[in-house]
Each structure stands twice: as structure tokens, then as C-alpha cells.
Design a protein around this ligand. Structure first.
Ligand code: A3P
Ligand code: MG
Ligand code: MG
Ligand code: MG
Length: 409
């Protein structure tokens, strides 16, 4: 019996060989399958060169959605104030104006960012110290803010619903005090860009951008007074009279590598979007150029001299705010010039982050007067840049060349 048992459990040299060969076969099949999988993956990325970047940028779809929805809700507040005679205007330390619309829009947008991306930093233009000293103004803003909501309850809840109290509104406004910089996720917020235009009855924009490690990845801009029609001429976009018509109000957005879009502003969920792009300009002398209304913000004489050097005979079209970036991005104009008035002025990141991305994603180029890309990694200002020049990519060298010649750089 002993002998028989030993014979059964001890495998013969033949069965050793059989096991060895079958394991070898399994291993080589696995190796073969793995290499086929790897090969087909690399073939896929050869066929779709944007495959890996797409996967990466898809990550910003939620940020884009929240940014658009938050800007759309804030525009409900700014539009309400726009049509009121008294806008609760106060003068800031630098003598520039700020209104209840600026404070209210900042509170609503920061609250939406806090709800959805609690760990992100925010660089926003306004702060609440003056409101803490002026109880009446603070109460007026709270009366406005607490009633603003999107018609669609679910969308409003995505943004966190109503703010909790007047006190928390002030704290939320002061959440925009990040120093900015080159690392991490930082939102740049201008609750009303073009406050002077807003007060004058002209163009203004609610602007929000997301920077990751100093690079702008997402931008959303609400322009309640721009015509919805992307094909509307730039001249039809300048004045106050259009503001009262119903065919106004556009929401622009862009994600790095994903293109730029526009859609009508609504009071509820987001409307359907369509892609936008700069128009092709074969001869630069046919280009339409735009600049700011305020002579103190850009050197209109120098802007005109640059246009003249490029052979452009038509006068500039003047609009306040980042509506200029939006307009050229959708082909309602071609060049945006913002040549410096004062040597020591540092442009603010919230005045450019969203617009810069929008124009680049629409096929344009944005640089400073030296031809350098705008650098958003330097803190709250564009400390490494001077002025702004934006035009179709193919013409940017010529436009910057004309700028350098006029400014004798
Ligand atoms: N001296 C100056 N040079 C350039 N920009 C200036 C400026 N003084 C103020 N600004 C900025 O110009 C922005 C408006 O731009 P524009 O002239 O194109 O409409 C203002 O934004 P706010 O209105 O948000 O304060 C403000 O930040
Ligand atoms: Mg301001
Ligand atoms: Mg601004
Ligand atoms: Mg502003």
C-alpha cells in the first residue's frame, strides 16, 4: 500500500515536463496579450494625437459648467442693478468706482466656487472692508443678493442655493483675497469688468477664469449688453441703446484645447452653445480694431498710430470691458489694442484671464506690447507684462511689429 501511495503523489518526469510546458504557454500568452494591448494603445494615440490631452482636459468640463452657471446667475443680479438709477456707487482707494452690482456678483460667484471646489483659491477684485464700515450699503447689497436665484431650482442648488446671511456674504466676498501665483488651482474673478461702462450704460462683463499652476485652463464671460447674434457688427455692440432690447446677453466660455463657445444668457439652465472663432483676415488693412472707451486705461493716440501703420483707415470701435476679447473671438472685430498710458501700471489678472483664453481658443493670439504671452503666474497682477495686443494668430507678428515701431521699443 505504502508503495502505491508514494507512486501516486510523486509526479513522474513526464508530468513535470507537462506542467512546465503548460505554464510556459500561459505566461507567453499573457505576455503576448499585454504587448498587443500596449501596441494598440500607442497606435490609438498615434491616430488620435489629442487622445491623452483630451482625457486630461475633459477634467475641466465640470469647472466650465460651474463657471458658466455661476456667471449666468451673477448676471441676473448685475442686470437688475444696471436698470436701477441708484447703483450704490462708492469710490475705492484708487479713486475707481465700485457698485452694489460688483459686490453682489462677487458674493454669488465665490459662494458657488466654495460650494463646488472648496479647496481652490480665489483672486477677486473686490473686498468687503468698506461694507463692514457702511452698514446701510451692506444691508442694501444683502437685500439684492438674497433674492437672486436661477429659475431652475436644481441648477440653483448646484451653485449652493441662497447665501446664509449678510455676515456670511461679507466673509464670502473676502474669500477672494488669494495672492495668486504659480502653483495650484486659483480662480480669477472680476465681478463687473468695465464698471465705468456699467455706470455709463455701455458694455460690461462678468469674468471668471481658472488657472492651474499659473496657466489659464477655463474661462467664462457674461456680457449682458452684447447682441446675441455672433454676426452682429461691432458698431452695433457699443452703445447703451442696445441694452434695452431683448436680443442682448451672451455667455462665452473656453477650455484650453477644447475651443471657445457662445450661447445666449438665460435666467435658468444653460442654453445650447455654439463654437465661435475669429474671422479670417487676408489683408490686415481690412481689420476692424477695438479699444477701451476710457482714455485713462489705454493710450488711444498710440492705438490709432498702430492702426494707421497697419494701413487700417476705419476708426476704432470703442467698448468697455472684456467684451472686446469676446467680440474679436466671435469675429465681430479683429484686433484689440490696449497700449499703456502709464509706465508703472500693472494690469490685473482678473481683467484678462478669461478673455486671453477665449481669444486663443478662437484662433487668436494675445501678447503684451513686446510680443510676450500674458503671464498669469506672477500674483494678482500681470507684473511681467505691459499692455495687451490681440489679433488673429497669422497677423500677430505684424501687429506687434507696428506696436514696437510706434512705441519705439
Ligand atoms: N491706468 C489703467 N490702465 C489700464 N487699465 C486700467 C487702468 N486703470 C484701471 N484699469 C482697469 O481697466 C478696467 C476696465 O477696462 P476697459 O477700459 O477696457 O473697460 C478696469 O476694470 P474694472 O472696471 O473691473 O475696475 C480696471 O481694472
Ligand atoms: Mg474696478
Ligand atoms: Mg476689470
Ligand atoms: Mg471690476
Amino acid at each position: 500500500m505504502k508503495h502505491t501511495t508514494a507512486h501516486r503523489t510523486d509526479p513522474s518526469p513526464r508530468s513535470y515536463l507537462f506542467r512546465f510546458v503548460s505554464r510556459l504557454l500561459i505566461c507567453s500568452t499573457l505576455i503576448l496579450a499585454l504587448s498587443v494591448a500596449l501596441k494598440s494603445r500607442s497606435r490609438l494615440s498615434l491616430l488620435l494625437p489629442h487622445f491623452s490631452t483630451k482625457v486630461e482636459t475633459m477634467a475641466y468640463q465640470q469647472e466650465r459648467f460651474i463657471a458658466e452657471l455661476a456667471v449666468q446667475r451673477a448676471c441676473l443680479l448685475t442686470q437688475k442693478v444696471f436698470f436701477e438709477k441708484a447703483k450704490g456707487t462708492v469710490s475705492k482707494d484708487d479713486k475707481s468706482p465700485v457698485t452694489i452690482g460688483d459686490f453682489g456678483a462677487q458674493a454669488l460667484i465665490i459662494s458657488a466656487i466654495r460650494k463646488n471646489f472648496p479647496n481652490d483659491e480665489i483672486v477677486a477684485e473686490e473686498e468687503a472692508s468698506s461694507l463692514r464700515e457702511d452698514k446701510d450699503l451692506s444691508a442694501e447689497i444683502w437685500r439684492l443678493v438674497k433674492d437672486i436665484k436661477l429659475d431652475d431650482e436644481e441648477s440653483d442648488n448646484i451653485l449652493g442655493g441662497p447665501l446664509a446671511s449678510e455676515q456670511s456674504m461679507l466673509d464670502i466676498i473676502d474669500n477672494g483675497n488669494s495672492a495668486g501665483g504659480a502653483s495650484g488651482r486659483i480662480w480669477a474673478l472680476d465681478p463687473i469688468d468695465g464698471t465705468k461702462g456699467f455706470l455709463r450704460g455701455g458694455q460690461y462683463a462678468v469674468c471668471l477664469g481658472l488657472m492651474v499652476d499659473g496657466d489659464v485652463k477655463v474661462g467664462a464671460i457674461g456680457t449682458p449688453n452684447l447682441p446675441v447674434d455672433d454676426a452682429a457688427s461691432l458698431d452695433a455692440s457699443t452703445g447703451a441703446q442696445q441694452a434695452a432690447t431683448t436680443a442682448n446677453g451672451v455667455l462665452f466660455s473656453a477650455v484650453l484645447g477644447e475651443g471657445a463657445t457662445s450661447r445666449p444668457l438665460t435666467s435658468s439652465t444653460l442654453a445650447a452653445s455654439k463654437p465661435i472663432s475669429m474671422r479670417p483676415v487676408s489683408n490686415i488693412s481690412d481689420a476692424v480694431f477695438c479699444e477701451g472707451v476710457e482714455a485713462a486705461h489705454s493710450a488711444q493716440g498710440d492705438n490709432a498710430a498702430v492702426a494707421q501703420l497697419l494701413g487700417i483707415t476705419a476708426p476704432s470701435v470703442r467698448l468697455d470691458s472684456q467684451a472686446k476679447y469676446c467680440s474679436i473671438a466671435r469675429g465681430a472685430g479683429d484686433i484689440y489694442l490696449r497700449l499703456p498710458v502709464k509706465k508703472d501700471y500693472q494690469e490685473k489678472i482678473w481683467d484678462h484671464a478669461a478673455g486671453d483664453l477665449l481669444v486663443r481658443e478662437a484662433g487668436g493670439q494675445v501678447t503684451d506690447i513686446y510680443g510676450n504671452r500674458l503671464d498669469f503666474s506672477k500674483g494678482r497682477t500681470l507684473a511681467a507684462n505691459k499692455g495687451v495686443v490681440a489679433s488673429p494668430k497669422a497677423h500677430q507678428d505684424a501687429v506687434v511689429g507696428a506696436v514696437k515701431s510706434v512705441l519705439k521699443l
